[in-house]
Design a protein around this ligand. Structure first.
Ligand code: BGC
Length: 364
């Protein structure tokens, strides 16, 4: 029998309050009380399993990142603005004022680095990232700086790994004096030929290089297979007190990417999410991620999750709210994808948060 108070303590959230607030807030579980109860039961079982693990290997894990927003679609494009979004400092104000503690800044450094020699980084791009990072740090936020959309490395690692190391040698030197609220993320979503083994080995080399000049810097490591759960649980991360692991969650893909024309074949619009099986599957995924985290004793960040804008706001809210609460129940920090480019939380035309999405992320 599960004691409800200890359950609430372990989860860090009262599942009944959570469900009630979800129901009122976004009419999430408007279908039936059965689904709500099934979810409560699933969370209770999940909490019991977290605690079972806890008695063996669990250590309290402190991640500097709790609630984070991806500043997506700007510096990750071939050049900033090319995908319709240019970062404004007022966006960072809005994100901070809403209650996020971190921004993740995806940057396509491979488009701003030399092709040989020391792979020199473009000074204008560095100045632009300085501007954004300095502004966010001055607002007491953390910033996760990553290497995003380095497509070539995933298909031809033997040619590009050295270049990524060169890029990180320069970024590490450039930001060596920055406070530890600036976090480095080595490579977004390794995949294809960046296998689990290859990603583990590359991560190890780049961590060792960064550690030559900065021992306190948090380093975030993405795992192979697009940062998914299977890639995460096969990985062998290097042991280091200031490494965080990252995984991304977009399951079921046919639901979260419905109508996302950048993906071919584009999953059809109209998929729904939230029945008992859906909840059970998601809860089991989060439990598996937490078990891996507990075994390795490192904080785990859900570095990306979101639903493409073609889904109805109601469907998006249901899924986003559940992922967010499961993350928090399992003590994962999280980072929503994205801000105002696509997978929107903020409507750039209305210059306003999409209120149900904001509430799903930051409400009770
Ligand atoms: C990719 C984006 C994509 C998002 C959702 C990110 O990691 O870089 O281009 O929109 O995942 O699929």
């Amino acid at each position: 029998m599960i004691d409800p108070n200890s359950l609430i303590r372990r989860l860090g959230v009262d599942p009944v309050a959570l469900l009630l607030s979800n129901t009122l807030m976004g009419k999430l579980y408007d279908r039936s009380v059965r689904v709500v109860l099934a979810f409560a039961l699933t969370l209770a079982v999940s909490a019991a399993c977290v605690s079972d693990l806890g008695s063996v290997a669990y250590k309290p894990l402190v991640s500097p990142v709790q609630r984070c927003m991806n500043l997506s679609g700007a510096l990750e494009g071939p050049s900033e603005g090319e995908w319709g979004y240019t970062v404004r400092m007022s966006d960072i104000d809005k994100i901070a004022d809403a209650g996020f503690d971190t921004i993740r800044l995806p940057v396509r450094w491979s488009a701003h680095a030399g092709k040989s020699g020391r792979y020199e980084l473009d000074s204008d791009m560095l100045a632009r990232t300085d501007e954004i990072i300095d502004y966010a740090l001055a607002k007491d936020m953390n910033v996760i700086l990553n290497v995003h959309h380095y497509y070539q490395i995933h298909h031809n690692p033997s040619k590009h790994e050295r270049r990524l190391e060169g890029i990180w040698n320069q970024l590490a030197a450039h930001y060596a004096a920055y406070p530890d609220t600036l976090i480095f993320e080595v490579l977004n979503e390794p995949h294809t030929k960046m296998t689990v083994e290859r990603t583990d080995a590359l991560n190890k080399r780049i961590v060792a290089n960064i550690r030559k000049t900065q021992t306190d810097r948090w380093i975030l490591l993405a795992t192979a297979e697009w940062g998914s759960l299977p890639g995460l649980i096969e990985s062998q991360p290097p042991q280091d007190p200031r490494i965080m692991l990252s995984w991304h969650y977009y399951d079921p893909f046919s639901f979260t990417h419905q109508g996302a024309e950048f993906f071919k074949p584009t999953p059809p619009i109209g998929a729904q999410w939230g029945n008992e099986d859906d909840l059970a599957r998601m809860t089991a995924d989060f439990r598996a991620a937490a078990a891996f985290r507990d075994t390795h004793g490192m904080p785990l960040l859900l570095g990306e999750f979101g639903v493409f804008d073609a889904a109805s706001v109601e469907e998006r809210v249901k899924w986003i709210s559940t992922v967010r609460h499961l993350s928090e129940a399992n003590q994962f920090g999280w980072c929503h994808w994205g801000f105002s480019s696509n997978f929107q939380a903020y409507d750039p035309e209305k210059e306003a948060w999409i209120e149900p999405i904001r509430a799903a992320l930051l409400g009770d």
